[in-house]
Design a protein around this ligand. Structure first.
Ligand SMILES: [Zn+2]
Length: 92
């Protein structure tokens, strides 16, 4: 699945009971081990260095906002990249 980052102000309105988007992602995708290799560039990334990026699907009718933990570099890249769709968590 090709996605791109939603650049701009950080969305810090976390769901009730969560202190970060990473915590929310881990809770909802708990079957998937965090961390890991970055899902976008495969760089091995320590958990405390992971940033949970907000992304949109590219070339899809689905315009929902998703979150996915990435390495610091991928969380800020402006180009389109490919990730496993199963790792995308909708927050809308
Ligand atoms: Zn990466």
């Amino acid at each position: 699945m090709k996605v791109k980052n939603i650049l701009g102000p950080d969305n810090n309105e976390y769901p009730k009971g969560f202190r970060s988007w990473t915590e929310y992602w881990v809770k909802n995708k708990h079957k998937i081990q965090l961390v890991i290799n970055c899902p976008a560039c495969n760089t091995t990334t320590r958990q405390e260095k992971v940033e949970t990026a907000h992304v949109l699907k590219v070339d899809s009718k689905d315009k929902k906002e998703y979150i996915i933990p990435l390495c610091e570099a991928c969380a800020h890249r402006e180009s389109i990249f490919t990730v496993d769709e199963n790792l995308l968590l909708s927050i809308v």
